[in-house]
Structure formats: structure tokens, C-alpha cells
Design a protein around this ligand. Structure first.
Ligand code: ANZ
Length: 927
């Protein structure tokens, strides 16, 4: 029988589905192992060959772990809220739920085609009410919690209320907004209900606050910082502006330090860890207060270089700083207003990125240096960011590059603060010399100087040591339709939670998926959608990251309608042992998930501080585009003539992307090309060697470049097992690499050769029960060890080549021994699950059981070399080689050598004086 991959694969896929082969319970005698993939957003385009790369790797690992006796949880689902379905809904009027369902069905078909060992009984979809009920529930827990700095964990807000009632704000150490009030217990009790609510919002972990946001008018929504790239929206590339809006936010900053230290406890790729570290951006420094001359106001600055304080020659506020209006004198008003107008159009990222352009405006007011009492001018400039530190800096032109450029430009004083300081754009006071012009720190070393200054500032009440984090609180809302409704209604302008028993708060129907005429989000269109018939619900929906910030817990207990997952399930599975996904989620999903996980841990809902113990980023599979070259006429207009790649330099040409699916080994299928587009029906071709050769380039895989390869096509032509192995064979998992279908036949032929080992020349299944030879055992045990080592270090590509070597060796040895092949089938099964299931049953095992077989035990004895090819020398000259057993002693070797015919030829009848044998090394015949 030939290798009919299609029949075999369909048969086993059906078998696994019918028998729920990969369904697991939440309990087992075996040790548990949780393998997770980043679940996909089901887009309309379906999967291309790049998408399954990570899924194949995790599936191999999951299958391998099962063979090693682990109880493996390997689930899959869909991150199904999101913009594309909604954009489509806007264009077509189709409800996003319908589009989403269609897309999910297509994804499922494609995934099923690849033979993954998912436990589909646990599938989740974030857009299903039974799922988002719990996303809303977690939001409620966050709303009902605050962060206690002393306990260093989140606590129920009721604790805070109890404290306020007892003793007001006295002794409170909580993460909160900056404008919290100070009050006594009596005062608190005398507050109105609204006043209390308003105050509590400043402490809640999910809170509503007026803040500056990235507003994208074209998309009609607010975007998170990580969704804005180079000042435009990551999706669609639309302009983004800064706008003040009342926004839901998450107090992730409360967890900054734990998010940072937690990085040391997990096994993640270093670049990813580094990205999170930078994003969190811990800075150790000081806050310093500058009083303002003639005003009852003070400016607080954050500095990491308090040692340069004597070099301060001006103070700069962010244009959005709350004191700007108050401090601007009448004479400066026009200038300041124009400047603010201008910077409002720049995004924060642009402002940070631009280190060259100098701009700013003088407020007309002066600050008092806290140590010298001198007056320094107060400016505004957009290089100071409103959301970082305190939104104000003490400017030291001799120590800081931007301050230097600013001082140069506006002719402000530059005061050197060390003796050896070279004052230029790279100025850095710390590296050089002793402090000068620096009052109480003259002559001191850096560390001491900082200590002395902080002590002094504390003493006079003008400053203290401070740690600052670059990370901001996360915006938690978008003005869009297709997301989780926030379980909140408004009473007297203040947000209140709906009752838990009213969850899920369902997405209401709307007539259009667009904002209202007055610019309210789409949910404002819903008719009769009011809480208790009278209060408005929140109209924004949750951001894309809400549903994905906890989904791995839902898989543990996907159908529970009492809890997001049972205690038992959580205690059993605990955390994800291996997570595979793209690095593009470094500062989005992966940070938010860690944050929610820590929160859930604080509240006693989960047991682990970190959700993903080990993480691997799979590389991107790029497309390999093909081009044809259209000949241009003298006026530069395109003709309908196409010249082959090698001859294109003889003409003026324009390259055009051509569908890679009508090109094979870079040779264009001319008939298919003519049929591809009506305009090419009459195309003419200038060929080389009778062929049209296409040009190539590696680019992102995308529809517009016609380089998308659909896994379904590959599966139809070569089978899923070949596709799985070929994807691994392309190179190291973490590396990005181009897809190139050309090499796939190598893997396909390997599987056919493997199949042949089990069949005789007539194609009948034929294995022998004879004892295996040493060589066969050696070949088997080499692969047992190699694959084990490779999988444990996630080096899947090297396994594939070793399998090829092994099958070549066994073919050469004409090995059809059950003792060898049955073990080999198990070793290969994680990579090529269908063919191995088939052969496993043909070998007489119960169908479907290979997934739970035992990985063969490696025996090093089989690898010990038993023979050695001795070089044989005659009077010191090496003439020939001879294979002899290493078990032979010196006498036996000597006897064998002298008994050999060829040796006798070299001796040529002379008398042998001596035979020198070095065991396992060399033989020298002296005559
Ligand atoms: C005086 C000084 C002197 C500074 C010197 C630097 C060098 P990191 O490490 O990123 O935390 N800064 C503070 N708040 C700012 C804001 N909102 N926008 C822009 N810049 C801000 O950097 C902290 C330093 O960045 C602070 O230390 C402050 O400038 C500036 F020789 O203060 B420094």
C-alpha cells in the first residue's frame, strides 16, 4: 500500500474528534503540564502558513509531554472581540457576531486540518456572553479594590472605607490619584454619598478619570500607547491626536515594582524581559519643590540627577501642566497660547522621539531655587511630557542634552557643576571631576553628594528621594461597539456597579455601528437600554486586552457558570507551564495579563504570582514574493510584454507582484498567469531557455503582495504531517524566516521513505519479529536521545534532520524489525501524528493509543562503539585500514592482522620482526 496521506489524515482526525482523544480532566495521578498558545483573533483572511508555526511547536511539545507521562492541558479558543469585525460591520451592516462566527468556523476547519491535539471541549470565545460575564466580573473586582502600599497588595475597597470611617486619611498608604483630599473620620462621615464615591474613585484599581488620551478620529476611538506607532494608529495608519477625555483606566502602576521583580522569576526570552523592563522604566531619583516668586504656588520636579541642582538655570513645565495658566503673565499670554495650540497636535511619541527641534515659550514667572534662593525663569516646552514624573523639570544645561540645546537656543545661562566638565551636547556632569559652583557638595563624590543633598532638601521641606516609573496607568475603554460592555451605570454623574447577579451585561442591539451624531459611542444608540429603566449605562466598551488578560484560567474550567474557574481547577493547573506566541505582545497582552494575574492572586482567586512560567516567541514566517517584469515603452507606459528575470536589464521594466501559487521553483506557469487576470490574456513573454523565470524578494506575508501561502493547499498536496515537519524544518523556532514551498518535497519524500520501512516491495505491510542488530539499535537509540534533547530545548528543526538521517540508515540496513520500528513510531509521533497513528495500529496496537504511549528509554550502551577501524602501518607507513572488534585483546588483534590477506601482500614474504598494537588506536607491522 502506498502512503495515502489524505485518507490517513482524515481518518485519524475524525477518530480523535469522535473519541475526544485529547480531552483531559482536572485531576490525575500524573503530574500536570499546561501548554498554551496565544489564541488567535479570527480574521476574515483565515490562516496562512505563518500562523500555525507556534501552534505546531506547542503541539509537538504537548504530545511529547504526554508520552513522558504528563497530564497535559492543551486548549485553544478565540480572542473574538476586535476592530476588524466591527469595521466590516460598519461597511456592510452585518452584525459583528455573525462575521465572527463565520470566521471562527473557517479557522476551526483550518486548525483541524493540521492534526493538533487540542482539548476542544474547553474552547473559549471572548465575545460570548458566557465568557465576558467573567471579564465583567473581574472588572467589578478591580473596581471594588485599591492597592495598599504597606501590605503591598490589592485589598477590598471596604477596608479603605472602614479606615476612613475610623480615622479618615490618617495613616493611609495607598496608591491613588494625586488630588486626593485629606480628612478626618468625622469629616468622612459627614460627606455626602456622592462626595465619598468621588473620593473612592481616586483609589479604585479600575477608575474613571479625566486624562489625556490618544484619540484617533478616523477609528472613532481612544488607543493605548502600544497601539500607536510613529504617531499614527497601528491599525490603519490613521493620525492620532492628544485629547482630554473622561476615561476608564486601570491602576497598573500600583503593580510596577512587582511587575519588575517578577521578571526575575520567570523563564522568558531576554529581549522580551528587557522590553517589559524598559516599558516599566524604573528611575531612582528625587522630587524637588521650587516655590514660585510672587505666587502661592510651587512646582514639583522629578530628577534623576539631584547632584546637578546647582546647575539649574531655568525650570520647564509641560505645556499641559496645571500651573501654566496661573503662572503666565499678561505680556506672555499670547505667546504661550500659540505654543500650546501648536503642541496639541503632536503625539507624545513624536515629542519623545524628537530630540533635535527646540521650541518653547516663557511664562513670565520665576521659580526660586530651593538652595540658593535665586530666581530662575519658568518656561514651557514640549520636550517635557505631561504624564511622566511630575510633568516639570529642573533644567540643567550643563548636564542634560535637551536642556543644553534649549539654553543655547533661548540664550539661557549654562552653569558648569564639575571642574573637568566639557560643556557640549553630550555634557554629563557625573563622569567628570569634582563638583564646583555647587554650594554644600563642592568637593564631594557623586554618591555622597546625592546623600547630602537629599538630607538637606528633606530638612528644609523641599524635596525627598523618589522612585519613578515610566509606565502609566492603562486606559481601559474604547468608544466602539464590538467589545465587552462595562458593567457600570451612572447616577448623578458618578459610576456605580450593577449587581453581580445581573451579569452578564449583554451588548445591546444598535441600528448602526457608528458613533451618534453628537459623537457618543455606538452603544448610546441602543434604545431602551437603561439600568433599572432610568440610569444610563457606560457607553464605552472594554479594550481588546480585557478578554485576553485572564483566558488561560477559563480554559481550566470553561463551562463553569458559578465562577470564572473552580478553586479545584485552579489549584490543580495553577499556571501555564509553557506559553508560545509572538513577541509583538510584549508590552500589551503580556504585561496586562501579568497585572491581572497578580491582582487575582492578591484577592485570593488564583494561586500563582506569575501566569506564564516559560515563554517562547516564535519567529515570523515571511513571504517569499515573486515578480514578473513588465516592459515599458519609450514614454514609460506599460506594455503587455513581460521579460524573464535574467533578461530584464536589457529593457526598461516595472516589477509586478505575481501570485506565488502560479509559480513553481520560480518558473512562471504562463497559462495560469494569462488566466490570472483578464488584462493578461494576451500577454507576450520574452523567455530565457524556454522558461519565464520570476524574480523573488522576502517580504511580509500579505494578500497585497500575492505571497500568501494557505496551509490548506499544502495539506491537500503533501499532507498535514509534511506541513508540520516542514514548518519545523525551516529553521530555529525563534528565528524569522521566509516561507519557501520549494523545499517541501524533501520532507514529503522522507515520510514516504519512513512508510516504506514498514512495507515490502509489493507494498504489503510487513514487519519482522527478528532480533534487531547492533547497528539498528544504535540508529534507534541515537534518535531517541536526539529528539528528547532537541524537544527539551525547543530545537525542533534539528530533530527533523536527525529523523531523516535515521530513516536513511534504517533503509540502508533494510531494517523492518518491529523492535526498532515500533519505538521509532513513538519518537516521531509528536511531529507527524497521523502517519504514526496509522502505523501504530498496523503494528497491532489499539487505535488512538499512541498519544498515551511511553517515550522509549534511551540506552547509552547501544551507542558505545563496538568496532574500530584500525589504521595498519608497515614500518611506520600507513597503508591500509582494518575493522576489528574493540573487545579483542592485543594478541587477538595481532593474529587477525597477520591472518589478513591484504596485510600479507604488504609484508611481501619478509620476516615479521614485531607487531606493535595500541588498543583502539593503531597497529604497526615491523619487518
Ligand atoms: C535634572 C537633570 C540633570 C536631569 C541632568 C537629567 C540630567 P529618566 O531616567 O527617564 O527617569 N525629566 C523628568 N521629568 C520629565 C518629563 N516629564 N519630561 C521630560 N523629561 C523629564 O529621566 C529623568 C530625567 O528626565 C530627570 O532628571 C529630568 O531631567 C527629566 F544632568 O533633572 B533630570
Amino acid at each position: 500500500m502506498d502512503y495515502h496521506f489524505r485518507d490517513i489524515e482524515q481518518k485519524w482526525q475524525k477518530f480523535w474528534a469522535d473519541n475526544q482523544t485529547f480531552k483531559v480532566d482536572n485531576t490525575s495521578e500524573k503530574p500536570k503540564y499546561y501548554v498554551l498558545d496565544m489564541f488567535p483573533y479570527p480574521s476574515g483572511a483565515g490562516l496562512h502558513v505563518g500562523h500555525p508555526l507556534g501552534y505546531i511547536a506547542s503541539d509537538i511539545f504537548a504530545r511529547y509531554k504526554r508520552l513522558r507521562g504528563f497530564h497535559v492541558l492543551h486548549p485553544m479558543g478565540y480572542d473574538s472581540f476586535g476592530l476588524p469585525a466591527e469595521q466590516y460591520a460598519i461597511q456592510t451592516g452585518q452584525h459583528p457576531a455573525i462575521t465572527t462566527e463565520t470566521n471562527i468556523n473557517r479557522y476551526r476547519e483550518q486548525l483541524d486540518n493540521l492534526g493538533f491535539s487540542f482539548d476542544w471541549s474547553r474552547e473559549v470565545r471572548t465575545s460570548e456572553p458566557s465568557y465576558y460575564k467573567w471579564t465583567q466580573w473581574i472588572f467589578m473586582q478591580l473596581f471594588e479594590a485599591y492597592y495598599d502600599k504597606q501590605a503591598d497588595r490589592a485589598m477590598p475597597i471596604a477596608h479603605l472605607v472602614a479606615h476612613f470611617e475610623r480615622q479618615g486619611t490618617d495613616g493611609i498608604q495607598a496608591v491613588c490619584d494625586e488630588d486626593v483630599r485629606q480628612f478626618t473620620g468625622d469629616e468622612w462621615r459627614s460627606f455626602s454619598d456622592e462626595d465619598r464615591e468621588r473620593e473612592l474613585l481616586k483609589y479604585r484599581l479600575a477608575y474613571l478619570r479625566e486624562s489625556s488620551v490618544n484619540w484617533c478620529a478616523a477609528l472613532g476611538t481612544v488607543l493605548a500607547n502600544d497601539e500607536v506607532v510613529n504617531g499614527v494608529s497601528e491599525r490603519g495608519g490613521y493620525p492620532v491626536e492628544q485629547k482630554k477625555m473622561l476615561q476608564w483606566s486601570m491602576r497598573i502602576t500600583a503593580y510596577a515594582e512587582r511587575l519588575l521583580t517578577g521578571l526575575d522569576t520567570i523563564d522568558w526570552p531576554e529581549p522580551l524581559v528587557e522590553m517589559q523592563r524598559n516599558w516599566i522604566g524604573k528611575s531612582i531619583g528625587a522630587s524637588v519643590r521650587f516655590d514660585v516668586a510672587g505666587h502661592d504656588a510651587a512646582i514639583e520636579v522629578f530628577t534623576t540627577r539631584v547632584d546637578t541642582i546647582y546647575g539649574v538655570s531655568f525650570v520647564v513645565l509641560a505645556p499641559e501642566h496645571e500651573l501654566v495658566t496661573q503662572l503666565t503673565t499678561a505680556a506672555q499670554q499670547a505667546e504661550i497660547e500659540t505654543y500650546i495650540e501648536r503642541t496639541g497636535r503632536k503625539s507624545e511619541r513624536d515629542r519623545m522621539a524628537d530630540t533635535k527641534t527646540v521650541s518653547g515659550a516663557f511664562t513670565g514667572s520665576y521659580a526660586l531655587h530651593p538652595l540658593t534662593g535665586e530666581q530662575v525663569p519658568i518656561w514651557i516646552a514640549d520636550y517635557v511630557l505631561a504624564g511622566y514624573g511630575t510633568g516639570a523639570v529642573m533644567a540643567v544645561p550643563s548636564g542634560d542634552q535637551r536642556d543644553y540645546l534649549f539654553a543655547k537656543h533661548f540664550n539661557l545661562p549654562i552653569i558648569p557643576v564639575t571642574d573637568a566638565q566639557v560643556i557640549d551636547e553630550e555634557a554629563d556632569a557625573r563622569k567628570e571631576g569634582k563638583y564646583i559652583n555647587s554650594g554644600i557638595i563642592n568637593g564631594l563624590e557623586y554618591k555622597e553628594a546625592v546623600e547630602v543633598l537629599i538630607a538637606k532638601l528633606e530638612d528644609i521641606g523641599h524635596g525627598k528621594a523618589k522612585i519613578n516609573y515610566r509606565m502609566r496607568d492603562a486606559i481601559f475603554g474604547r468608544q466602539r461597539y464590538w467589545g465587552e460592555p462595562v458593567p457600570v451605570y451612572f447616577k448623578n454623574g458618578l459610576p456605580r456597579l450593577i449587581a453581580e447577579s445581573e451579569l452578564p451585561l449583554l451588548l445591546p442591539e444598535v441600528d448602526k455601528y457608528l458613533p451618534t451624531e453628537t459623537g457618543e459611542p455606538p452603544l448610546a444608540r441602543a434604545t431602551n437600554w437603561k439600568y433599572q429603566g432610568q440610569y444610563e449605562y457606560e457607553w464605552s466598551t472594554m479594550p481588546g486586552w480585557a478578554g485576553s488578560s485572564w483566558y488561560w484560567y477559563r480554559y481550566m474550567d470553561a463551562h463553569n457558570d458559578k465562577e470564572f474557574a473552580s478553586k479545584q481547577a485552579i489549584n490543580y493547573w495553577k499556571a501555564v507551564d509553557l506559553y508560545i506566541g509572538g513577541s509583538e505582545h510584549a508590552t500589551g497582552h503580556l504585561l496586562y495579563s501579568r497585572f491581572w494575574n497578580k491582582f487575582l492572586k492578591d484577592m485570593g482567586f488564583v494561586v500563582e504570582e506569575e501566569p506564564f512560567k516559560k515563554l517562547i516567541n516564535q519567529g515570523m514566517i515571511q513571504g517569499r514574493s515573486n515578480f514578473v517584469y513588465r516592459v515599458l515603452d519609450e514614454e514609460g507606459k506599460g506594455t503587455n510584454i513581460f521579460v524573464s528575470y535574467g533578461l530584464r536589464d536589457q529593457y526598461t521594466t516595472a516589477p509586478i507582484h505575481v501570485d506565488v501559487n502560479i509559480v513553481s521553483n520560480d518558473v512562471l506557469d504562463i497559462d495560469k498567469f494569462k488566466a490570472w487576470r483578464p488584462e493578461y490574456v494576451d500577454a507576450a513573454f520574452i523567455l530565457e531557455d524556454g522558461k519565464y523565470i520570476c524574480g523573488t524578494e522576502v517580504e511580509k506575508m500579505s494578500k497585497s503582495k500575492y505571497n500568501v501561502v494557505n496551509p490548506d493547499d499544502i495539506v491537500a498536496n503533501y499532507g498535514a504531517d509534511t506541513l508540520r515537519m516542514y514548518e519545523m524544518f525551516l529553521g530555529p523556532l525563534e528565528q524569522s524566516k521566509p516561507w519557501n514551498t520549494n523545499g517541501i518535497s524533501g520532507v514529503y519524500n522522507f515520510l514516504r521513505k519512513f512508510w516504506k520501512l514498514f512495507h515490502d516491495a509489493q507494498g504489503n505491510f510487513a514487519v519482522s519479529d527478528a532480533e534487531p542488530t547492533k547497528a539498528e539499535l544504535k540508529s534507534l537509540h541515537k534518535i531517541i536521545r536526539k529528539v528528547e534533547e532537541d524537544i527539551e530545548r525547543f530545537s525542533f528543526n534539528t530533530s527533523v534532520s536527525s529523523f531523516m538521517i535515521c530513516v536513511n540508515e534504517l533503509t540502508e540496513l533494510k531494517c523492518n524489525k518491529r523492535a526498532i520500528l515500533q519505538e521509532l513510531v513513538i519518537v516521531l509521533s509528536p511531529y507527524a501524528p497521523h502517519i504514526t497513528e496509522e502505523l501504530w495500529t498496523l503494528l497491532g496496537n489499539a487505535p488512538g493509543t499512541i498519544s498515551y504511549a511511553s517515550y522509549p528509554v534511551f540506552n547509552p550502551n547501544y551507542l558505545v562503539e563496538s568496532e574500530f577501524e584500525y589504521p595498519i602501518s608497515f614500518n611506520g607507513k600507513m597503508r591500509m585500514k582494518l575493522n576489528m572488534s574493540l573487545d579483542m585483546d592485543i594478541d587477538e588483534v595481532e593474529k587477525t592482522v597477520l591472518g589478513n590477506e591484504e596485510v600479507q601482500k604488504f609484508i611481501d614474504g619478509k620476516a615479521v620482526k614485531k607487531v606493535i598494537v595500541v588498543k583502539g588506536k593503531i597497529v604497526n607491522v615491523v619487518s
